[in-house]
Design a protein around this ligand. Structure first.
Ligand SMILES: Cc1ncc(COP(=O)(O)O)c(C=O)c1O
Length: 390
């Protein structure tokens, strides 16, 4: 009944499926059940010591900063980004510091979209894009990736209409862990040459890569249509600190400042210092080698499990496992898995891929190895049950 009191806009919004599931699994663990939580979208590392040191030196600072961030941080971001993106054209008027990548992406949608404007997203895709677009009165247009999880540029081009405002590129990708090939990105840049379509590059996982990485800036997209979102949540294990940034054409950056000046305000001062601390060590993820070892552990275990298939991820900390041979609806399959084994995976349904499950290997090796054994046993028994049913 009280639902009627809410706006139509908010009534259409579901809570983030991944966060909700993670909370449910944590509650189950707190109640004493043994769970193997492979749902987390965050590194399991502690806050790096160099960040703690940097922030502790500035705890007395308690005042608002400029909305777009402290000048010293913006300068550090520009210096870092010019080298990382091989892009000397970047300057601090293009930088907006935000309380994580989510508010950045959300403010971008508020700035770009008129009612009915379309945003194309290659799918499988991270759960929140859809709702951010909807909250800005836009329309999300999912366009499936190819079977190897690379971009289908012809399909993307075919999906463009006169209402298309932007295409979201997230590489390495959540949930697939794959990077898009530079040839596909270059082909897309060519296809967009004479259009007004923005590329929104969600670059949150670009530091967590195991293979050579081509930055979005080297693919031929015009800088005046390129909006980059990056941050420190995943690369520095700072998910709870809420710190990220945008690099956008100056007019777009200014529009983001206007939005943020009335909504979140500036990112918190300690977190801005944390970002400076990260950039002083060149933002290199401390846990990258551990993640590579764990990726290989998962790949070995899944390779010897019949009844599923997977593509080896290039980065981030996810495997996106194809369970079509077992079930069409991963939500039910994951519920059974959790109930029977205590292992929690994220069903692909909210990533536009109901025949897949996402496994996060951002957990310690012991938990990972035990969970993989249980997953493998579950899959074998599931296959047997399916065979005896038919
Ligand atoms: C692809 C992607 N973009 C953005 C975000 C949001 O990051 P932040 O925690 O910095 O808001 C996430 C978090 O899971 C993500 O996976």
């Amino acid at each position: 009944m009280r639902d009627k009191l809410l706006s139509q806009r908010i009534s259409a919004i579901k809570e983030s499926a991944t966060l909700a599931l993670n909370a449910k699994v944590k509650a189950l663990a707190a109640s004493g059940v043994t769970v193997y939580n492979l749902t987390a979208g965050e590194p399991d590392d502690q806050t790096p010591q160099y960040i703690i040191n940097k922030v502790s030196d500035h705890l007395h600072e308690n005042k608002y900063t400029p909305i777009s961030g402290m000048p010293v941080l913006k300068d550090a971001i520009v210096q870092h980004a010019r080298s990382f993106y091989d892009a000397n054209w970047m300057d601090s008027s293009m930088v907006v510091v935000t309380a994580g990548a989510k508010p950045a992406l959300s403010a971008i949608m508020q700035s770009l979209l008129n009612p009915g404007d379309e945003v194309i997203v290659p799918t499988p895709a991270w759960v929140s894009y859809t709702y951010m677009v909807q909250l800005a009165d836009g329309v999300i247009k999912p366009v499936p990736l190819q079977s190897d999880f690379d971009l289908d540029v012809d399909a993307l081009q075919a999906a463009i209409t006169d209402k298309t405002k932007a295409i979201i590129i997230n590489s390495p990708n959540n949930p697939t862990g794959k990077m898009y090939s530079s040839s596909a990105l270059k082909k897309l840049a060519k296809a967009l040459e004479n259009t007004d379509v923005f590329i929104i590059a969600d670059d949150l996982y670009t530091k967590l890569v195991f293979e050579p990485f081509t930055p979005i800036t080297s693919c031929g997209f015009t800088p005046d249509k390129l909006i980059i979102v990056n941050g420190f949540s995943k690369s520095q294990a700072l998910t709870g600190w809420r710190i990220g940034y945008v690099i956008a054409p100056t007019d777009i950056a200014q529009s983001l400042n206007r939005t943020l000046s009335h909504t979140s305000g500036n990112a918190s001062v300690p977190s801005q210092y944390a970002a400076i601390g990260a950039l002083e060590v060149d933002d290199t993820p401390p846990m990258l080698e551990n993640l590579r070892t764990r990726r290989d552990i998962v790949a070995r275990a899944l390779s010897s499990t019949n009844g599923i298939s997977f593509t080896l991820p290039d980065g981030a900390f996810y495997f996106f496992i194809d369970i079509h041979q077992q079930a069409d609806d991963a939500a039910d399959w994951c519920a059974d898995l959790l109930e029977q084994t205590g292992v929690a995976l994220v069903p692909g349904n909210d990533f536009y891929a109901p025949g897949f499950v996402r496994l996060s290997y951002a957990v310690d090796e012991e938990t990972l190895t035990a969970a993989l054994q249980k997953i493998s046993q579950f899959i074998q028994s599931y296959s047997q049950r399916q065979r005896s049913k038919s």
